[in-house]
Design a protein around this ligand. Sequence first.
Ligand code: PMT
Length: 404
Amino acid sequence: MSNDSLQLKDKNIIVGITGSIAAYKAATLTRLLIKQGAKVKVVMTPLAKEFITPVTMATLSQNTVLSDFFNYDDGAWNSHVDLGLWADLFLLAPASANTMAKMAHGICDNLLLTTYLSVRCPAMIAPAMDMDMFQHPATQANIEILKQRGNSFVEPETGELASGLIGKGRMEEPEKITEEVIRFFQSKKKLQGKQYLVTAGPTNEKIDPVRFIGNHSSGKMGYALAEELANQGAEVELVSGSVTMEPKHPNIHLHNVTTAAEMFELSKKLFPTCNGAIMAAAVADYTIENTANEKIKRQKGQPITLTLTPTKDIAEHLGKIKKDSQVLVGFALETTNEEENALKKLRNKNLDFIVLNSLRDSGAGFNTDTNKISILDANGEKTTFPLKSKYEVAKDIVLYMTEK
Ligand code: PMT
């Protein structure tokens, strides 16, 4: 293999190893990464050394293995900060339930954990554990926290486990993890230097100082899209309605709005310099014509009438000012005649493609951690995806957008 064809040439990768029977696979993984031109430094938890020796990992990585905060022979400090600055990727394989729990909650009682908190590069995590430990709500909650912070995961396989049980928990094979690492660096480059607008969350239309008309959008879908675009190197302008989430990635620039009118003005202002926009927000179609300045008092037994007027359609406006070089992606949230309605929206708003999610699919739509989507393009061609976490769905949408 010539040097130029090495897929990980000049990439600095920290391989983190935790106490798991799958630690032996870290040896092959390290060899494969180095074969592809990567420079590897290994950090092990104290327990990991019971499963594979530092001598093996030092030989294979061609570097000293780090495990303690300082060298016991001469007192030299092992700087997790320098290590953090050096790395292009922090690859944790295998990742035990214990270490992931500590990572999710900021505990750093060993060098591997202080390194994780210090790195400025993305982290990729390959869990390995028994199936019951993997499925436990505590582990799943920790994985969710780590995903929300932009860490990517190499899902464990289903198969025979060290315990003899059969289930999901086996660390993915080193060859597959190496492919993921290569894909990560390739896709990261793909959106470097690009800028995207993402709308997310609900809009709230004020009735009076204490009440509003809103909807059930949590922002999860839009924030996952923003994280995915940022993970791939893009700068993201995230125009968000009121949600309880916060973006984690430094490339995401958050613009908070409340009403559909505010979302319209900001999106209109930000879109012209962007390479594209993904409209995941649940925007109110109607707003209150005359907002009351004082709290509307209850009149016993008397109905009240609110007059609603249509809001401006943000996606439709962006569709009108869109240049050929820009991509515009809409969402369609439907309950009936899903495809027909989605295609109408795609055409009326001049979208390049539309992501259809239906409230008839369980686990899809508002406020869930998962979504089930189909993508329809301007030719009416349809690509369907199974139910997945919103982070995985975001990956599918961004991949579709960048490969079109
Ligand atoms: O936030 P979550 O809880 O994770 O839920 C995700 C979601 C269900 C909100 C998301 O997946 C989704 O479907 N977003 C679009 C919801 C919606 O308003 O759909 P729609 O079919 O009414 O609108 C069609 C498209 O036009 C959407 O891209 C919408 O953002 C856009 N629109 C609508 C009205 C308007 N005034 N301006 C717009 O830009």
